[in-house]
Structures are given as structure tokens and as C-alpha cells.
Design a protein around this ligand. Structure first.
Ligand SMILES: Cc1cc2nc3c(=O)[nH]c(=O)nc-3n(C[C@H](O)[C@H](O)[C@H](O)COP(=O)(O)O)c2cc1C
Length: 473
């Protein structure tokens, strides 16, 4: 049995400072004194701060000089550093670094020797392997640590666990000694990229398990768009500021002729609109329409009351252009664009239109054709196959508007913005006596092809149906 050598280092950005015979951790966000140390344990911990130290070599001089008291002080401090997520462990075999356990945040301390010979282990269905900043990285959103894989045999070991296997079988497939494979699988267990069969993997068959309903992409999105379980930059970090100009307030114009829209008289609306309490109480999703379709005047009023630009905020050149609209938007950035696929609207030809919220006008982007018919068909099916769509709004996001300012939260913020736009549309339609219904899913490529969008630049993120009722206001 050739167990791997373990090297310990502090995670980048962490220092240990000695003062008054004690040690303090100088972290990125905090300074923390380590208490109860002995001179020997302080010397050992200082060597840890100076660079990789062999784990087994760390304790020996402390034990020799101070015996059990020194060893306990050292182990306590090591445990604290591990739990705070400040120590990296690298496994080496024959002097070759294989993998490094990198804690992203404070979390459970690493436990070695967890792997049991003969027992079966398998990769978690939530694990992923990808090229990250540190090279090949093995991660799982269930954990707050990641494994940096320096050697192809670690990837081979992960591949071997695509089906349940014993350590010995997996070791032989990866070309590693059993003890080295066992130490690496210990690390897989710590990052929860693998589990003993019958533990986490049982989530797939046991529907009572809280993980049973989670899909890979949802769990990853949830873990990475909230704070506290990863070390990625979070929030308004302005990652592109000074490198590329922010995309402008208005999307590119994709039409030849403007179609000015009706602007309602807001004072008249204030006088005769349904009371707010009544609007909120009446709001329902309505999928059956009156025979006569909505009119272009109603469409104009609806868009004016939900989505027009009321005010462009003043920002210096080179900064993001911001605006205020009837519905709120994260950072006042308003990355959402509204397109209307018109299947029936009195006064407007059928086709696909883009709404310009600054000029409060429409532009015909795609005249009625097979592509617009396909989009209307998809919308009709999603809205429970009831009345044929009159106005099918497709809401897109111009992703870079948010990516320029935010990290980790971009897609989550877009979903929230879609939600508030939905509610603004619901309430306005209700006040106008129209039939609203939001949709929970839709397509990307047929829409982007029809409009000529690069789907990674701008793509649909929401859909909303609007139709007529017998009691239009
Ligand atoms: C995010 C979201 C997604 C929805 N998706 C659909 C959908 O795909 N198809 C549909 O017919 N209704 C959809 N609806 C409407 C809901 O079915 C409806 O709100 C729910 O049944 C409650 O009825 P109410 O809106 O009349 O109160 C959605 C609503 C929301 C808020």
C-alpha cells in the first residue's frame, strides 16, 4: 500500500501573522486570532504559511519538543483552519501532484480514511468536471469545496465511477495504486462528487429524499446564484467596466418603418380606471377570447402602461444607460425587450413586431410567414390550446446589459425581472378588461432564427399572451 503524500498550503490570499507570542489569520474578510497555541505549534503553523508542507512532517517536531500538549494545540488549530476553509490539501504520488482540495467557503473539515475497501462508490449525478481557472476541476453544488485535478489519472478515476465500483476496481481502471485511489476518492466524497452507493445516490430512487426532485441544472443554478456556498465574485462587481462599453439602452433597430402607438391620457385613466384593489382581486389568467380581437389602440395603451421608458436617468459617458419604466428592473438596467407575434389585432397586420419603449412605437421585424405561424402555434399549445393567440408577447433579455455589471446573479435577476413584468402585464390587462396569461416556458432557436438574433446575445426568457374579452374597458 503506497499512500499518497499530502501537502498542505493556505488558500491564496490568506496569511498568518505572529504577534505577542500568538498567531492570527489575516483573511480577505476577517482577522481571527488562533488561541491556545504553544511555541512549537506556532512554528509548525508558520511553516504552513510559508508554502506547501508535508502533513506528516508538520506534527513530528512539535511532538518531539512538546509532546501531547503541542500536538493537541496544533491539531486544534489545523481543524479550525480547515473548517474556516483556509487550508488546501494536495495529494501527490511518486512526487507528482494528482489533485488539490480547494475549500471555497468555510465548511466541514476534511475526513481522511472515509473510503471502505470493497464497498461500491459512484459519481453523483450532480457532479461535473470542467476547465476552470485552476485547470481541470471536479465539483458538485452539494459541497463548498472543489477538487483541482492536476493529473489525467484523477479524471480517469472519476470516469471509472460513472458506474458503481469498488475502490480496487476503479483504481485498476485509472492505473493507480489502491491506497492512492482510496485517498482520491476520499477527496471526491469530501466535494460530494461521489458517494457510497446506498448513500447520496439513493436520492435517485427514494422520492422522499429532499434531493430526489432536483435536476442537475437547477441545483447548480440555485447554489451558484445565491451567496455563501461558493467563492465566485458575487453581485455588482462590474466585470466588464473599462474593458468593453456597456450595451446601449435601446436594442438595435431591426425594421424600416415606425408604427407609432396610441398613448393613453393618464389623467383620464386616473379618473375612470378600476380601483387598484378591484384590479388585484379580479386578476385571473384568461385563455378564452372574445370573437373580435384586441385593437392596435388597446395594444398601444397596454404597452404604454406596462413597459414604456418614462425617464432616462442621467449617467456619465462610458457608464450604463439607465431608465425608469412602469415595472421595476434590477439596477434600472432593463435588459428585457418585448416582441409581439401578432395573430389577430384589429388595425395591425399579422407578423412579428419589436416594441421600442423609448419612442413608444412598433416596428415590423418579420411579416407573417411560416416562422411566425410556428411561434404562434407553440404559444397556443403552451397556453392550454384554447383560443387562437391574438397577441403573443415574447420577452427577450439582452444578457450583456446585466453581465456588464453583475456576476453570479445575472440569470436569476433576469428571471425576477420577467416575473415583475408579468405581474405588471397581468394587472394592466385586468384594468383594461383584456385577457392576460403568462407562460412558463418557450423556445429559443426558432425565435432567434426568425428575428436574426445571436441566442447568446439576446434570447427569449419569457412569454405572455394577451387577448380580447367581451368586457374591454
Ligand atoms: C410563471 C408562470 C408561468 C405560467 N405558465 C403557464 C403556462 O405555461 N400555460 C398556461 O396556460 N398558464 C400558465 N400560467 C398561468 C397559471 O396557470 C395561473 O396563474 C394559475 O393557474 C393560477 O390562475 P390565475 O392566474 O387565474 O390566478 C403561468 C403563470 C405564471 C405566473
Amino acid at each position: 500500500m503506497t499512500a499518497p503524500t499530502i501537502h498542505l498550503t493556505l488558500v491564496p490570499g490568506i496569511a498568518l501573522a505572529e504577534a505577542d507570542g500568538s498567531l492570527a489569520v489575516n483573511g480577505r474578510r476577517f482577522d481571527l486570532p488562533l488561541t491556545g497555541l504553544t511555541p512549537g505549534s506556532i512554528a509548525a503553523l508558520r511553516s504552513l504559511a510559508d508554502g506547501p508542507v508535508e502533513e506528516d512532517a508538520l506534527a513530528a517536531p512539535v511532538v518531539a519538543a512538546e509532546g501531547l500538549r503541542g500536538l493537541m494545540a496544533l491539531e486544534r488549530a489545523k481543524f479550525q483552519l480547515h473548517e474556516l476553509g483556509l487550508v488546501r490539501r494536495t495529494a501527490l504520488h511518486d512526487g507528482v501532484p494528482l489533485a488539490t482540495l480547494h475549500p471555497m467557503t468555510p465548511g466541514p473539515a476534511f475526513v481522511s480514511g472515509a473510503v471502505v475497501p470493497g464497498r461500491l462508490y459512484a459519481l453523483s449525478r450532480f457532479a461535473w468536471l470542467r476547465r476552470g481557472e485552476g485547470g481541470l476541476e471536479l465539483e458538485c453544488p452539494l459541497s463548498t469545496a472543489r477538487l483541482l485535478c492536476h493529473d489525467g489519472r484523477v479524471a480517469a478515476l472519476a470516469a471509472a465511477l460513472a458506474v458503481p465500483r469498488s475502490v480496487e476496481e476503479a483504481a485498476s481502471l485509472a492505473g493507480l495504486p489502491d491506497a492512492v485511489a482510496a485517498a482520491l476518492i476520499d477527496m471526491f466524497l469530501h466535494v460530494r462528487a461521489a458517494a457510497a452507493v446506498g448513500n447520496d445516490t439513493s436520492a435517485e430512487s427514494d422520492l422522499a429524499h429532499p434531493l430526489a426532485g432536483w435536476e442537475f441544472h437547477d441545483l447548480l443554478f440555485h447554489a451558484r446564484s445565491r451567496q455563501g456556498r461558493h467563492d465566485a465574485p458575487y453581485g455588482a462587481t462590474f466585470p466588464m467596466k473599462g474593458r468593453v462599453p456597456p450595451p446601449p439602452l435601446s436594442a438595435p433597430r431591426r425594421w424600416a418603418h415606425d408604427i407609432p402607438l396610441h398613448m393613453p391620457d393618464l389623467d383620464a385613466l386616473r379618473a375612470r380606471d378600476l380601483p387598484f384593489a378591484e384590479v388585484v382581486e379580479r386578476r385571473r389568467s384568461v385563455r378564452r377570447y372574445a370573437e373580435a380581437p384586441v385593437t392596435v389602440a388597446q395594444l398601444g395603451e397596454f404597452l404604454y402602461r406596462t413597459a414604456r421608458v418614462k425617464h432616462v436617468l442621467s449617467t456619465p459617458p462610458g457608464e450604463m444607460e439607465l431608465s425608469l419604466r412602469p415595472y421595476p428592473g434590477g439596477g434600472a438596467i432593463h435588459e428585457l425587450e418585448i416582441y409581439a407575434v401578432v395573430g389577430g389585432c384589429a388595425g395591425l397586420e399579422r407578423g412579428l413586431y419589436h416594441y421600442d419603449p423609448v419612442g413608444h412605437r412598433l416596428g415590423l421585424v418579420v411579416p407573417e410567414n411560416g416562422q411566425t405561424a410556428e411561434l404562434l402555434e407553440i404559444g397556443w399549445r403552451t397556453a392550454d390550446r384554447q383560443s387562437r393567440p391574438q397577441v403573443f408577447f415574447v420577452i427577450t433579455a439582452r444578457f450583456r446589459r446585466l453581465q456588464w455589471k453583475y456576476q453570479s446573479v445575472v440569470y436569476a435577476v433576469i428571471m425576477k425581472n420577467v416575473g415583475v413584468l408579468y405581474e405588471a402585464m397581468y394587472l394592466t390587462a385586468t384594468a383594461m378588461g383584456l385577457a392576460p396569461c403568462s407562460l412558463g416556458g418557450g423556445v429559443v432557436d426558432p425565435f432567434c432564427r426568425a428575428v436574426g438574433l445571436d441566442p447568446f446575445e439576446e434570447a427569449p426568457v419569457g412569454e405572455f399572451m394577451l387577448g380580447s374579452t367581451e368586457r374591454a374597458a
